[in-house]
Design a protein around this ligand. Structure first.
Ligand code: FES
Length: 551
């Protein structure tokens, strides 16, 4: 048996094989100490966030090929250049003659097939395209007769941006007709400084704020290039969560680092776009305020979209991005909570990779075994793929409601042999935590408002691919009828577009801000109990029963 293949089975701290928290060259290294003190290097692969087992002296290309199905177009002969990767950190062999001749070194890359592993490493694969749902369901909006009613010169173009933790999506609008001229997205370059907002918050607190701001602007600038903007822009409206907003504006994130988690942007910011670094001299930048905690203006934009779409209230919005936002709109009040569930469905899981090209979006278990639906060649699992796999495992008895895996399976289930896609007992535990944090969020909002949602509106890229039955069976959503499960795509971008186009939407945003209340889950004494209850993978109580309890 190859011990390095078995390494990820048990990461518990009481497992003597593992030395968690060892530091080597700044990288938190997880080292397997095998017989005779041999050390097996670990290869961390960005942007997937996965760690691969390897042996000293292995060719990096062989490890990537074996573990991820990475292509070696010339079979590792060193002449095609198709296996180039970037070594971010770690010990590798000296460059080979093929690498010197090919010029790959000049681009800061190495040929994986000619690079020998000498220790722990962090590497980056060539650009993987994000799977992002750019468009959302767009309300029927009549553009304001006063084109540019927000000001910003006489140009007729507007730019709406959803500054997400993982992706930055944008739309170029003709403000006179309301037409969307182009839409697109780029990966948020801040990902290189941390996949989630907590890590970025820590980096900002340790002096990385300016670099994070620069990266946010770089991402927006890349997006602008992608949108092929011809001519002057009159107004740019940007929504995002509280951390993204603060980092973009270079505001202090101190208040977001401890209870009661006060975001720094509490008023509308309307200023010349040049002040933020945009090149259009007459354009205005408009940034709506945060709601509270990590809930930013993207939550506001979500509600603008659902209100303008006329979805019958009360409803629950689950915006399942890297940072999940849970919103209960009762009509008279709008309660908002955030749940850091994204990493539980992405990087905390061994095969998890988030919404990137090559991610499995859906997993189904049939008589013939597992079938996986992915975008391109499979590299790992997206959040929706993990949710569907866990739901299938639950329905087929591979795991029980408590998440415990059948003993005879040895602590892991293989979904695909080549490349190896597995879900371990530990992965199931991580997914349970993600489900429980979203459950706790909506459950507490329902209790606070004493109102039951009649519908669940799912937004965000991740949410777009989650199926009703899977979400219901594992207890991610309350038991609403199937026709009350509505998927609306990128609601935050639709809301930003609406505000840019229509004075009515803008006024709705201003009045909604008076009704939106941030609920800090960490301040609720019964949060731990509800979270523990939410770890059980099962359909939640019928709302009528919960309603009786709330009376
Ligand atoms: S696989 Fe062709 S150069 Fe490495």
């Amino acid at each position: 048996m190859d011990p390095s293949r078995e390494a990820p089975q048990d990461l518990s701290e009481d497992n003597p094989l593992w030395d968690l928290g060892s530091k080597r060259k700044g990288l938190t290294a997880v080292l397997l100490r095998g017989g005779g003190g041999r050390i097996s290097p670990r290869i961390k692969v960005l942007p997937l966030g996965r760690e691969l087992p390897a042996r000293e002296g292995d060719a990096l290309g062989d490890v990537l090929s074996r573990e991820l199905g990475f292509e070696l177009p010339c079979g590792g002969a060193g002449f095609c250049g198709g296996c180039s990767v970037r070594i971010i950190e770690g010990s590798v062999s000296e460059p080979s003659p093929e690498e010197v001749i090919s010029g790959v070194l000049d681009r800061g890359m190495r040929l994986a097939c000619r690079t020998r592993i000498e220790g722990d490493m962090v590497i980056e694969l060539p650009e993987l395209r994000p799977i992002a749902v750019v468009s959302g369901m767009m309300p029927k909006i009549r553009p304001d007769p006063t084109v540019n009613y927000l000001g910003g010169g006489s140009a007729q173009l507007g730019l709406a941006i959803d500054l997400g933790t993982t992706n930055i999506a944008g739309a170029l609008l003709d403000l006179s007709t309301g037409e969307t001229l182009s839409e697109g997205f780029v990966r948020n370059p801040q990902v290189s400084m941390g996949a989630d907002i907590i890590t970025r918050l820590e980096r900002a607190l340790r002096g990385g704020g300016e670099e994070l701001r620069r990266l946010a602007m770089k991402g927006i600038s890349d997006l602008i290039q992608k949108l092929s903007i011809q001519g002057e822009i009159s107004s740019i409206l940007i929504v995002g969560n509280s951390v993204m907003q603060a980092l973009l504006l270079g505001l202090s994130v101190e208040g977001l680092s401890r209870a009661p988690f006060d975001p720094p942007l509490r008023e509308w910011l309307i200023c010349p776009a040049e002040e933020l670094g945009f090149r259009w001299p007459r354009a205005l930048a408009i940034i709506p305020p945060s709601i509270g905690g990590f809930a930013g203006s993207d939550a506001l934009a979500d509600v603008i979209t659902t209100r303008l779409l006329g979805i019958r209230r009360p409803y629950l919005i689950l915006d399942l991005g890297t940072n999940a936002q849970v919103i209960l709109d009762t009509g008279s009040s709008v309660l908002v909570a955030t749940a850091p569930a994204g990493s539980a469905f992405e990087t905390s899981v061994f095969s998890g990779m988030g919404g990137l090209e090559g991610a499995v979006l859906e997993a189904r278990l049939g008589d013939e075994g597992w079938s996986l639906r992915s975008s391109g060649r499979i590299l790992g699992m997206a959040g929706s793929g993990l949710i569907s796999a866990v739901a299938e495992m639950l329905r087929s008895g591979i795991i029980d409601e408590s998440g415990r895996m059948r003993k005879d399976l040895g602590g892991r289930v293989t979904l695909l042999e080549d490349p190896k896609i597995e879900i371990s007992q530990r992965d199931v535990r991580e997914i349970q935590k993600g489900v429980a944090s979203i459950y706790a969020a909506w459950r507490i909002l329902v209790e606070e408002a004493r109102v039951m949602p009649a519908a669940v509106v799912v937004a965000g890229t991740f949410g777009t691919f989650v199926s009703y039955r899977d979400a219901l069976d594992i207890g991610l959503i309350p038991p609403v009828p199937e026709d009350g499960f509505i998927s609306i795509g990128n609601a935050a971008l639709s809301g930003a577009k609406s505000m840019l186009l229509s004075r009515e939407a803008f006024e709705l945003a201003r009045s909604l801000l008076d009704d939106m209340i941030h609920v800090d889950l960490t301040g609720k004494h019964h949060f731990p109990d509800i979270f523990l209850e939410g770890l059980a993978l099962r359909r939640r109580q019928p709302l009528s029963q919960l309603r009786d309890r709330l009376k």
